[in-house]
Design a protein around this ligand. Structure first.
Ligand SMILES: Nc1ncnc2c1ncn2[C@@H]1O[C@H](COP(=O)(O)OP(=O)(O)OP(=O)(O)O)[C@@H](O)[C@H]1O
Ligand SMILES: [Mg+2]
Length: 391
């Protein structure tokens, strides 16, 4: 059971002018488990700008929570530094770090009312009663909790409890807010609403935030930058758009969204572009800096960049720079979702996934149809072929 949200106990330099620049330098965590070492985090380095919203994203067990807990001070780093505004935090206990953490389990004090829960951190800081009253009112209003202020946590829904946890974390004006899967216990609709709410509040207050999730939709919609982690290491740090369009590895491309992976040989690498032969035709596409002429490559094509046309037709789309590629395929499955259709198409290069949004009813392909496959080459992305090094 995690400790309750760590109230801030800022030093004299904290306050409304606090900047909140966070640096992780070669942070390592090795757990010792019954004589066996578990390398949870393998030397993570990261620079987070004041007011930035950064998400740690990755599969279960990749070290997200451990990294967050080392930032908060709930876990000692085996080595490395956590530096906030030039000050090494590593030897400080959690309550001496100007940070607050919001947990999946809410971690509210069950015997305190909503109002008292929110006031708790301010009381610890010996804030005057008048100011506490004022700041708690502001927090209650900003989280839409006024009518619930006198209830106990067990008289609230999950979403309401999480709003209290958020108000409690923010009321002390920490330099850094830490979130560990705060929306996981909520239903799908509420999650969508809460992620907008958290983002809006965070932007309004300008607090540096680190958010842990394994939900890519959360990461994509909330973050200034996403840190994709895999087995204790950082795979890529970039904006959501870059992560999606220019993934640094097959792992990232596979973890974020869906993709077709086509083996090819890269040719004519020049100025961040190369040509590659896929699905029976040569395409020109943007490529990763690690791609070299004549070497093996993986062409990544998102399903929405694949176009299908009847194999008897004149060409695949043609609109939006779509390139006709020579391959024929047969529709294995065609699933209508209302706003889009998803196809699996059998080709010589394997099964290709295609998503067509807002389809014309007359042009929807049926299972068993023969089709031509087109790729929007400018939307494809070429990575160097990866040598298997295990996870
Ligand atoms: N106290 C501990 N003792 C030993 N090993 C631990 C301990 N805490 C975590 N680990 C191990 O460290 C690794 C990283 O765990 P961590 O909780 O950081 O993963 P996570 O990315 O947050 O995963 P999830 O998405 O499931 O929450 C895992 O292999 C885990 O088993
Ligand atoms: Mg975790």
């Amino acid at each position: 059971m995690p400790a309750p949200s760590a109230p801030t106990a800022p030093g004299p330099e904290a306050g409304p002018t606090a900047t909140g620049r966070l640096e992780l330098r070669d942070v390592v965590k090795v757990f010792s488990n019954r004589g066996k070492d578990v390398h949870a985090v393998h030397g993570v380095s990261l620079d987070i700008a004041p007011g930035e919203f950064v998400t740690l994203l990755g599969p279960s067990g990749c070290g997200k929570t451990t990294t967050l807990r080392m930032i908060a001070g709930f876990e000692d780093a085996t080595s490395g530094r956590v530096v906030l505004d030039g000050r090494n935090m590593v030897s400080l206990p959690p309550n001496k770090r100007p940070m607050s953490m919001v947990f999946q389990s809410y971690a509210l004090f069950p015997h305190l009312s909503v109002r008292e829960n929110i006031a708790y951190g301010l009381k610890l800081r010996r804030t005057g009663p008048e100011e506490i009253r004022e700041q708690v009112e502001v927090a209650l209003t900003s989280m839409n909790l006024n009518s619930l202020a006198d209830r106990a946590p067990n008289e609230l829904s999950g979403g309401q409890q999480q709003r209290v946890a958020l108000a409690r974390a923010m009321v002390t004006r920490p330099k850094v807010l830490l979130f560990d899967e705060p929306l996981s216990n909520l239903d799908a609709k509420l999650r969508v609403r809460m992620r907008l709410e958290i983002r809006r509040l965070q932007q309004r207050m300008g607090i540096t935030s680190i958010y842990v999730t394994h939900d890519q939709a959360e990461a994509m919609t909330m973050s200034d930058r996403i840190v994709v982690m895999n087995a204790g290491r950082i795979e890529q740090v970039a904006t959501p758009e870059e992560i999606y369009r220019r993934p640094a590895s097959v792992f990232v491309a596979d973890f974020i969204g869906r993709a077709n992976f086509l083996a090819a040989t890269a040719r004519d690498v020049d100025g961040g572009r190369c040509s590659a032969r896929v699905l029976g035709a040569t395409i020109q596409a943007p490529c990763h800096e690690g791609v070299s002429s004549g070497s093996g490559a993986t062409v990544i094509v998102r399903p929405e960049s694949v176009r299908l046309s009847p194999s008897t037709g004149e060409g695949a789309g043609g609109a939006g720079g779509s390139e006709l590629v020579g391959a024929h395929g047969r529709v294995l499955s065609s699933v209508f979702y209302g706003d889009h259709v998803e196809y699996e198409v059998e080709t010589e290069a394997g099964t290709i996934l295609c998503v067509e949004s807002d389809p014309e009813p007359a042009s929807v392909h049926a299972e068993g149809d023969d089709v031509m496959i087109g790729i929007e080459a400018s939307r494809a992305w070429v990575l160097p072929e990866e040598t298997a090094d295990g996870e």
